[in-house]
Design a protein. Sequence first.
Lengths: 480, 445
Amino acid sequence: MQELINFGLETAKNYGAAYADIRLIRFKTQSISVKNGKVEEILDSENYGFGVRSLANNSWGFASSFVTSKKEIQKMAALSCDIAKASASLKNKDVILSPVEAIKERYETPILIDPFAISLEEKLSILYEAEEILRKKSDVKISQSSMNFILKDQIFASTEGAWIEQKITISGAGIEATAIGEGDMQIRSYPNSHGGQFATAGYEFIDTLGLKDNAQRVAEEAVALLKAKECPSKTTTLILDGSQLALQIHESIGHPTELDRVLGTEVSLAGTSFLTPDKLNHLKIGSDMVNITADATIPQGLGTFGYDDEGVPAQKVNIVKDGIFVGYINSRETAAETGQSPNGAMRADGWNRIPLIRMTNINLLPGEPSFEELIADTKDGIYLETNKSWSIDDKRLNFQFGTEIGWEIKNGKIKRMLKNPNYTGITPEFWNSCDAIAGEDTWVVWGTPNCGKGEPMQVIQTGHGASPARFRGIQVGVGR
Amino acid sequence: MMTRKEIEEIMKKTLELSTADQTEVLLINQKSALTRFANNQIHQNVSEKNARLSIRVIKDKKTGTASTNILSKKSVEGALKKALEIADNASPDPDFKSLPKNKELKEMDLFSKNTANYLPIDRAKNVAVIISRANRDKLTAAGAFSTGALTIGIANSLGVLKVATLTEADVNTIFMSQNSSGYADYYAKDVKEIDFHKLVNSAAEKALKSVDPIAIQPGRYTVILEPAAVADMLMYLAFCGFGALAYQEERSFMSEKLGQKITGENITIWDDGTSSDTLGLPFDFEGVPKQKVILIEDGVAKNIVYDSYTAHKEDKKSTGHALPAPNVYGPQPSNLFLKNGGYSTKEMVSSTKKGILVTRFHYTNIEDPLKTMLTGMTRDGTFLIEDGEIACGVKNLRFTQNILEALSNVEMVSEKTELKQAFFGFCRTPALKISKFNFTGATEF
């Protein structure tokens, strides 16, 4: 394989590439889901191919193929240079890459149990067991449990001499109960919505999730929501659980700190960012207690890896320090353009896509109080759990989120259940209203397995460390 | 690209090797390229050759599916073996009756040599037209221009053997000033159909007309939604309940509503993948010929779309709306149409005393699928209409709106329709004038 890849890199150089890299990747995935007592889906899939990214005439070109022969790699290397030259016909500035060390390394997700070595029978027995408990409540009309596993085996090599082999393993699982009745439909899920909780980990991670132990509560809450009071429309104190806060961080902090968005190169799909360069080290984006990092080194974080897809080592960088916006996530190109150092955030979702600036694990660092103390310290407000819907404008300012469930908080105690809760706000106002963040004992790195970006669309896995937090003066019950 | 013969041979050999009761093979081969531009230059420029072989087997009503993009004999045999192993471990599904049998297809012309043979330099030349116009107007252009060809083959052990090759050319662009933007897009089988000058006129005009937008208070307004905004609403509506799986599970807004009036009488929605007015396919991902299905007629809920599994459950016939197996979404409409009316957009604006014209929505999401409650933002050309004229640009607004309610408040429907991309295919819609559309928030730009 080394010979083939080196041949591809040499070909790119011969066709005029001043720089080229090749990623050759083998993916193996398994999706298993059980629904209403039957297997809904079992899909085993493999995917193999390579992509050549070339910088010729100071512009980018990329060509990829599923045929991994010497002839094809030669063809794609040449095509990537032709494409780069076509790009150069319409450029107003040269691409300059920030220098990096040419690393020769191997990284593997530390795992105890290979999820692909576990039998389907064993996986299905766990899923059936949890799903059956959901089904025991008669108003639960749809009961689901699922597991997903990904193995990404990659070689990254560049004309600068980098050779990095990486093997990333991802495991995840979840349950979901849908109660239908009285003209209404309510969903509860565990540990999180959108398929559950995910981590860079082996099959041992599944055992830690406690799907079966939480199934009865999930089913009962789904049914109880049918008769619960509608979330009122008002401005109030809001406490978000860690999983909803994770998506809040993702959408309102993570995306706007992507330097490609800031520099306008993602405008055609996702948009730009309110975090323009003049705001760096100046904007008070959150209250003093808001500290946010981008950290690709957290054990089991879904955005954890050894090296990004430009060969830059995984690292931890500050994004928000004591409420001040202090850092972007970047690429070699955007780092050079803005006088920064590359911080290892370039990832592609496959061999057939170019790397883009993607969130790693974007984390709100924990505070002091326990969750119980947070509630006890709140006279009047609403507590919301588990994301249901999400929407945010194309500069990442105006957002609106819906959650599966809410509760009234009165005089420091959780009271009535509320259904169909949603809340809205403007990003800096929202984060500046944060006056309490729960401590380390409730801090979890939540996995977001489905972050979309780019054209053609790429879907990548990110992580978000969060514990419950409190926000003052937030509008809830929008559109009632 | 693989030839039709190569694709048929792989599918036939896979079927021959299978020991299952029934077997289905889906083989997709694609060659595509995309040029992306921003800040008035090309910054990303990519091409891809890929394939996907997916094998679905059924043994004693137990289903297994495996897929690979490695098409060697060994790999195909490995995928088949894996699918059979999965079926052995799966539970029997009493609701599974059979894979579909073969049916004759309507012939469709889906291929354009112009698009299939388009080169990187050809794409660059047309992107130059876009950028040159942006430079002329001192605007910044961004967007994407893609061309590609796709062959879809589907075969099963009951005699289905269908292969179709199609081409598609898509372009979208945003023109921006310091504080405004305008959007335009176009989708075609033949890349030569795209009028780049017309496209840039539309995007530039919107960006220039919406300079220095004013802030307005959220509230209920009369809106004129241009086709891109209507298509966005329609594709989410379809996802909320035009498919038989959602209907059968009682999570569709159509559940128990068939035969009842659910929108205004001026609303008729159908799906037709075989129409020449869309970018369709003659068959679905089970090889079943696509049928035209009336979903809402004159405001009355009429039908939903089926694949073979959901059709068998109701003793009906598939309407040709299967997605690739395994499919947790169930059957879905892939080529939606909303019936046009008799008005021009100009007449819709001139008849409006006070309202808002919306070019498109951004980041729409479903808050409540049964109530068809959506939220999202306006983007790239939002205008205030006063006394029958476009007065100025307005800062973007957030809507939180029940879509069936909006479709009950349609006052005017445009004569002209446009083709837009949707979740599982395309959507051809007119512009709509809707009263009492609920804007619940505003942003800063």
